[in-house]
Write a protein that binds this ligand. Structure first.
Ligand SMILES: Cc1cc2nc3c(=O)[nH]c(=O)nc-3n(C[C@H](O)[C@H](O)[C@H](O)COP(=O)(O)OP(=O)(O)OC[C@H]3O[C@@H](n4cnc5c(N)ncnc54)[C@H](O)[C@@H]3O)c2cc1C
Length: 411
């Protein structure tokens, strides 16, 4: 198998491809690998150099990857390159409460009996980046152009992609995987709707006294949800988890800047139980202002939106990247069929098929995470009672629990 070509400014010419993916984030990179593996000629462009995205030190950020998306990463030849063990999530406890108080006695617990396989796997963001880069560089049919800025000229029968150094090539289809602020989406004039949450997420890693037993916690608090997600331990920190703690704008930044001992105390006050014992912050702390957004349509002439370019949701259910990977699963299925039948990759019918397959399900997930956040992130006593009864109700009905689980796992 020929290795993918990394094109530098002294490369004489660029060959035309079937599909050009703009944006080599996890979604664009996974799509490029999946398509190239199926024999489709692909070019992938990112304005950033790819290797520096592999932060050399443990940086505390991690993704929960559901079962369907994990299968995609295996099919795309990415999963085998993960440098570190991923941690299976085998239990999820969902509780409601207030900081410094034990969680409400009404809760829902998803256990190993609710699913035939783990609910998902926690993979370090840095490790996923290493694996994506390796897979892209080992893949035939795939040209990596990074760092590079491109100008995209979409016409009825083809797309011309021009690099700033004067070289150009053609593609039948361009996929915008260029993230929340997608330039291609803006240039195509696709309207975007945005919902602000007035919340900021603090993302960090914590070491803890007792093992997590592969269990995750989602604890709903009045200012926003607090999630603990189990991670594979290291020699230095055998008991390790990631946290995503959403709090009010301004307040979250102040918490994130606390000295380690005070930060640890605030985390312990937000767990609703003492299952993990004493907590120690590890590595960097990251803050992300939270908002949801969705593109009014996913297509324009010979252009498709995918991943965060098409939709961004509240991280309350850890599903943002999984949604993007589900777009990849649907789109690669459609494009591989078109490849086998010799169809045009950029035809209006194909574009419409992709939008019909992905947009309604993504809008449902966006609405569900939005409602969850609005229902749980407040202190209204009536809403508290309603949601606690709701949690307890789900907990008592195994079929309902399993339906939730199947949906979240994307299987
Ligand atoms: C606090 C927080 C926690 C989260 N936790 C989870 C989780 O546990 N599980 C989960 O599934 N998701 C999670 N998410 C969501 C997840 O991070 C995103 O959904 C995911 O990164 C989207 O991937 P993407 O490839 O679509 O976009 P991005 O990761 O944004 O990648 C876009 C790429 O495009 C490139 N680019 C941008 N503009 C251009 C241009 N003009 N030309 C060329 N290249 C360009 C960028 O350099 C970048 O490489 C979380 C998000 C937040 C904020």
């Amino acid at each position: 198998m020929a290795a993918a070509s990394e094109i530098t400014s002294d490369t004489p010419s660029l060959t035309d491809v079937d599909v050009c993916v703009v944006g080599a984030g996890p979604v664009g990179a996974a799509l490029a690998c999946r398509l190239a593996r199926a024999g489709i000629k692909v070019a992938i462009v990112d304005r950033m150099a790819l290797e520096p995205m592999e932060h050399p030190d443990f940086d505390g950020r991690a993704y929960a990857i559901a079962a369907g998306p994990r299968q995609l990463l295996e099919d795309a030849g990415v999963w085998e390159h993960l440098p570190l063990e991923s941690c299976p999530i085998e239990e999820i406890l969902v509780t409601d409460g207030r900081p410094g108080e034990p969680a409400s006695s009404l809760f829902v617990e998803f256990t190993r009996q609710d699913a035939s396989q783990p609910f998902g796997w926690m993979a370090e963001a840095r490790g996923l980046r290493v694996a994506l880069n390796k897979a892209m560089h080992h893949q035939a049919n795939l040209t990596v152009l990074a760092p590079a800025e491109v100008k995209v000229e979409r016409q009825a029968d083809t797309v011309v992609i021009r690099l700033h150094d004067g070289r150009s090539f053609k593609a039948s289809l361009v996929v915008a995987a260029d993230g929340r602020k997608s330039r291609l989406r803006n240039e195509a004039g696709i309207p975007l709707t945005r919902l602000a949450y007035k919340q900021t997420a603090i993302v960090a890693a914590i070491a803890h006294e007792y093992p997590h037993d592969n269990a995750a916690l989602e604890h709903f608090l009045p200012a926003g949800p607090f999630a603990q997600l189990p991670m594979a331990g290291t020699e230095e920190y055998p008991n390790l988890s990631a946290i995503v703690w959403s709090d009010k704008d301004g307040v979250a930044e102040r918490f994130a800047a606390l000295p380690d001992d005070q930060f640890a105390r605030e985390i312990e006050r937000r767990m609703g139980n003492s299952r993990l014992g004493k907590v120690t912050p590890v590595g960097r702390r990251w803050t992300y202002p939270l908002s949801a957004q969705y593109a009014q349509r996913y297509t324009a002439t010979r252009l498709l939106l995918i991943g965060d370019a098409a939709h961004g949701i509240h991280p309350i259910a850890g599903q943002g990247l999984n949604l993007g990977f589900r777009d990849v699963i649907a789109l690669s299925d459609i494009l591989i069929k078109a490849h086998q039948r010799g169809e045009d990759y950029g035809s209006p019918a194909l574009l419409a098929r992709y939008q019909a397959r992905c947009r309604p399900a993504n809008m449902m997930m966006l609405a569900a995470t939005d409602v969850l956040d609005r229902l749980f992130s407040n202190n209204n006593p009536l809403l508290r009672l309603t949601r606690d009864l709701g949690l307890a109700g789900v907990n008592r009905i195994p079929a309902l629990r399993r339906a939730f689980v199947r949906h979240a796992m994307g299987v």
